[in-house]
Design a protein around this ligand. Structure first.
Ligand SMILES: Nc1nc2c(c(=O)[nH]1)N(C=O)[C@@H](CNc1ccc(C(=O)N[C@@H](CCC(=O)O)C(=O)O)cc1)CN2
Ligand SMILES: Nc1nc2c(ncn2[C@@H]2O[C@H](COP(=O)(O)OP(=O)(O)OP(=O)(O)O)[C@@H](O)[C@H]2O)c(=O)[nH]1
Ligand SMILES: [K+]
Ligand SMILES: [Mg+2]
Length: 461
């Protein structure tokens, strides 16, 4: 990616998903000083002599070389600075499908636009001051959200619910810094520094930073979700559990041990957490070459999982084979699934290892126990905080790292004041805190941070 920090060039990209036969409308977005000129060359709107901003026009897209019609379409005109990028923006709303959309994009490129890099429209919105970095990150989160709650959280970020408190904290720190620096530069002309007020200001910033940092785990859960592997010996009911949970026939179930060979994956949402569930091949020693590969894949999936559902057959009880699998999983976050309890008269009497403190009874073939399983998952990942209603924002890993640095810097300021070190020392740490906060909002940002953030975006965003 080679984003130009000097957005002189006009950029163009397809802004909608391009799946053949799907998506009835396709949008080509153009931003930059030549956007209107390009639209004028390509778009014919009968009866419209001039294009008012923020209106949509009906007409035809024509190839200016041959004069032939490319599509019947709509043109949206948004003159800067009242646009997503704050530059002149035009959008061609075409018939969907790849053929028309690709031709219109090519025509835009022939007329002098350059193909946009992933995230480049949003990068311009940031560079031109329409959004800050937390809002840009939230836009990417919104597009990538895998649960309604994750989308809700991202939208709060788009609307500035994270930007505004962090801007405020940074402003407070800048004011405190100015107070101290004034005493360094013009000590004699000013009343003495109000130290209790300064310390109070630092305490307030610190407690708000702590509050923001407390949202990190929730943010991570909602954004990244969980990978959950169903693991166990053959025929205990792993695939039946996947089917019961996803209310589908996603996985093949038979009474033959060794039915599942490849990983079977499905996407679910558990109380707002996007969950990828992997059903795996039953683990056993086998000479069958296909099954052997399946068992190897099962081990691999287990390694990558955030949470493992070790499944056993309750009608048989805890066996030596279960123990062998369990011993290999000891370093994982684990839930024990005791399945087929419909065949057991007293499920509580089953002997299992005591250190497996989360146990769930299920009868997967009868779709029983899914609610208990979901509650156990919330417990295993400590998601109680997710329910807290007043938290509509949550910070991401990058923000967590920077806010942690800001917090350490402010704690250092507090300690420096306590140790009666000279004023210069106070300002050094306070400046470090301001810089860390500026990294979050983008007030203080390097090109490599921008590169990392905007390259995550999809094309046309
Ligand atoms: N067709 C289309 N749909 C879209 C977008 C788009 O670019 N095109 N968006 C793109 O992601 C999202 C909407 N977000 C947008 C955000 C800001 C502005 C905008 O023009 N803002 C200006 C002017 C606001 C005004 O007129 O008052 C501004 O904030 O200065 C447009 C879209 C989702 N839907
Ligand atoms: N009674 C009863 N039978 C079950 C239950 N769950 C699964 N079974 C049966 O157990 C057999 C094996 O189920 P599967 O879901 O294929 O088991 P698996 O663990 O995926 O097996 P492999 O893929 O071969 O490792 C099937 O005949 C299921 O109908 C249950 O809760 N109760
Ligand atoms: K089976
Ligand atoms: Mg199976």
């Amino acid at each position: 990616m080679s984003h130009s920090l000097y957005p002189a060039e006009t950029i163009a990209a397809i802004a909608t998903a391009i799946v053949p036969q799907e998506g009835s409308v396709g949008i080509i977005r153009v931003s930059g000083s030549r956007a209107l000129e390009i639209a004028r060359r390509l778009f014919r709107s009968p009866g419209q002599s001039s294009w008012e901003s923020h209106r949509i026009f009906y007409g035809y897209i024509c190839n200016p070389n041959s004069g032939s019609h490319v599509d019947e379409a709509l043109l949206l005109v948004m003159k800067g600075p009242r646009s997503y990028t704050r530059e002149d923006v035009v959008e061609f709303h075409c018939h969907g499908g790849i053929m028309v959309v690709q031709q219109v994009l090519d025509l835009c490129l022939q007329c002098g636009a350059r193909l946009a890099e992933p995230g480049e429209f949003s990068l311009r919105a940031f560079l031109n001051g329409r959004i800050d970095l937390t809002q840009a990150e939230s836009i990417a989160d919104l597009v990538g959200a895998r649960s309604p709650q994750a989308a809700q959280m991202a939208l709060a970020g788009v609307r500035g619910k994270l930007a505004s408190p962090i801007h405020q904290l940074r402003n407070t720190c800048v004011e405190l810094l100015a107070e101290i620096e004034a005493r360094i530069d013009f000590e004699d002309d000013l009343p003495p520094l109000d130290e209790p007020a300064l310390l109070q200001g630092i305490e307030t910033v610190l407690s708000q930073l702590t509050e923001l940092l407390n949202t990190a785990d929730r943010g991570e859960l909602l954004r990244s979700g969980l990978k959950v592997a169903i693991v166990g010996r053959p025929n205990v009911g792993k695939s039946s559990l996947l089917n019961a949970w996803s209310q589908s026939d996603r996985a093949i179930v038979t009474d033959l041990p060794g039915t599942t060979r490849d990983i079977v994956e499905t996407q679910l949402v558990v109380h707002g957490i996007p969950v990828r569930v992997l059903d795996t091949a039953g683990i056993r020693e086998t000479t069958n070459i296909v099954e052997k590969i399946g068992v190897e894949r099962s081990r691999q999936a287990t390694e990558e999982a955030d949470l493992v559902l070790l499944t056993i057959d309750g009608s048989v009880g805890w066996t030596a084979e279960d123990r062998i699998i369990y011993d290999q999983l000891s370093h994982h976050n684990l839930i024990l699934i005791i399945n087929k309890i419909d065949l057991v008269s007293d499920p509580t009497s089953l002997e299992c290892p005591n250190d497996l403190h989360i146990k769930v009874h299920t009868a997967a073939a009868r779709q029983e126990g899914v609610d208990r399983l979901e509650q156990a998952i919330l417990q295993a990942v400590n998601a109680g905080q997710l329910q807290a209603a007043n938290l509509d924002i949550a910070i991401n890993q990058r923000q967590t790292a920077a806010l942690t640095r800001a917090k350490l810097a402010l704690e250092q300021v507090r300690a420096t004041i306590g140790d009666r070190l000279p004023l210069d020392f106070w300002t050094i740490d306070l400046r470090a805190g301001i810089q860390a906060l500026g990294e979050v909002t983008g007030d203080d940002v390097t090109e490599s941070i921008l590169q990392r953030i905007f390259s995550r975006f999809c094309i046309g965003k």
